[in-house]
Design a binder for this molecule. Structure first.
Ligand code: NZQ
Ligand code: ZN
Length: 388
């Protein structure tokens, strides 16, 4: 049952190969001091940085540089970013990059005016912001996380070996996001396919929960079909604009709160994958692909009807006279073939995980209860061993 809910998505999107020009429409809405957040330098190599700096200067902004946001941003970097924003009286946090830059900007936004350390407040106690939140804008250069239109912010604490996401309320969503599919062309292929698998898994995490006849599931199936189709084109020809646009748009809709309406949602692949990430610092999408098949094969018997529907609707499996389980297994085989074809990581050993990390990764995995089976720590350990 869809149940009762309210729905609002606060982010304004500009999409297309001319979308950067709309930064000129957004900038006048905010004060003079713009904290320009970016990563390790890809935007300097591909020229996006120069284009943005010109627009900022044309609009009379003070540019406050905040570079070096690493993939899987750390709590130490977050503390630096908060200090930069305080010292410079930042009016707008402008993130240019993938999910790491967008997440980091949101984490800074809820912390600048707050006295307490963000790790304890947001990532251990999961409190909501009680201070003024700085506005965030995103210019996306990698499709995957959906961070451009959601309120999630994932931060890694290497000292505590924890990687934790906080999903804030709509007031933390970016005020605007600019999505130019051409900006993703310079991504290395490995990052592109990691992003594609991240998108796919976001849809799965919401789809594999509940058994009702729910509009969200029909939308999810359509998104998965579009993604599978476009991913195969993009892997062959990364500069196919149509395929890259479809992937970028699917990423946004896969995790912008729409298809979770009426769903309890699972998120255990993400919980296990994030704990793998805390130990290996591996690329987010790859940590998900590496644990997915052992996880889904393990929980399939508890949600067999949905896995059968997945096989038939998403992978066009049709075998007469077979049991629901056999159809469901064929669906997972088809998913495995697709994963191998696009070239994602198929086990955690290739990401640097070792047998002696399994207990720690298990301990660091948060257990959520929305999926078909509430896992015990022993079951998580078993899934991780099967993922080695
Ligand atoms: O740092 P630079 O030099 O920019 O290089 C980045 C980085 O090395 C590179 N890159 C990005 N765009 C590029 C490019 N290289 C060349 N050309 C371009 N156009 O790609 C690398 C990865 O970037 P990153 O932002 O880390 O990737 P992604 O978008 O996958 O973000 C991952 C982070 O988002 C979190 C993950 O846990 C991880 O910390 N997530 C956020 C979510 C959310 N907000 O809802 C949900 C997700 O499930 C995820 O957990
Ligand atoms: Zn993800």
């Amino acid at each position: 049952m869809l149940g009762n809910f309210s729905y609002k998505n606060a982010t304004k999107l500009y999409f297309g190969d001319d979308s950067l020009k709309y930064l000129n429409d957004e900038l006048p809405k905010y004060g003079k001091n713009v904290q320009l957040i970016y990563g390790g330098g890809s935007i300097k190599k591909n020229g996006i940085y120069d284009e943005i700096v010109k627009i900022l200067k044309d609009n009379g902004k003070n540019i406050i540089e905040d570079a070096g946001v690493m993939p899987n941003p750390t709590i130490e970097k977050l503390r630096d970013g908060i200090k930069i924003a305080r010292d410079n009286k930042t009016d707008l946090l402008l993130a240019v990059g993938g999910g790491s830059c967008c997440d980091y900007a949101k984490a800074v936004s809820v912390s600048v005016n707050c006295d307490e350390d963000p790790w304890d407040k947001y990532y251990i106690r999961f409190e909501e912001p009680t201070c003024d939140i700085l506005p965030v804008g995103c210019i996306l250069t990698m499709a995957g996380t959906g961070s451009e239109m959601n309120a999630g912010a994932v931060i890694t604490n290497h000292e505590q070996k924890l990687k934790i996401g906080h999903v804030f309320g709509e007031e933390v969503m970016p005020k605007f996001s600019i999505l130019n599919p051409k900006f993703t062309f310079s991504l290395p292929k490995r990052q592109m396919v990691a992003g594609i698998y991240d998108i796919f898994n976001h849809i799965c995490e919401q789809y594999f929960s509940g058994e009702d006849d729910n509009t969200s599931d029909y939308i999810a199936e359509a998104l998965m079909k579009s993604l599978i189709h476009s991913s195969l084109i993009a892997v062959e020809n990364p500069e196919d604009y149509e395929a890259r646009s479809n992937i970028m748009w699917t990423a946004t809709w896969a995790l912008n709160t729409l298809i979770s309406r009426g769903k309890s949602t699972d998120w255990m692949v993400h919980m296990i994958g994030q704990s793998v990430g805390a130990y290996t610092d591996a690329t987010h999408g790859m940590t998900l692909s590496a644990v997915s098949l052992p996880y889904y094969r393990y929980i399939m018997p508890y949600g067999v009807k949905k896995f059968k529907r997945f096989a038939e609707e998403v992978w066009n499996v049709s075998i007469d006279g077979s049991s629901d389980e056999q159809v469901a297994e064929e669906g997972l085989k088809a998913m495995e073939n697709w994963m191998r074809k696009i070239g994602v990581a198929m086990n955690i050993s290739e990401l640097g995980a070792k047998e002696d990390m399994i207990d720690g990764i298990t301990e660091g995995t948060l257990i959520l209860e929305g999926g078909y089976k509430v896992l015990t720590k022993d079951e998580i350990r078993r899934i991780l061993k099967d993922s080695l």
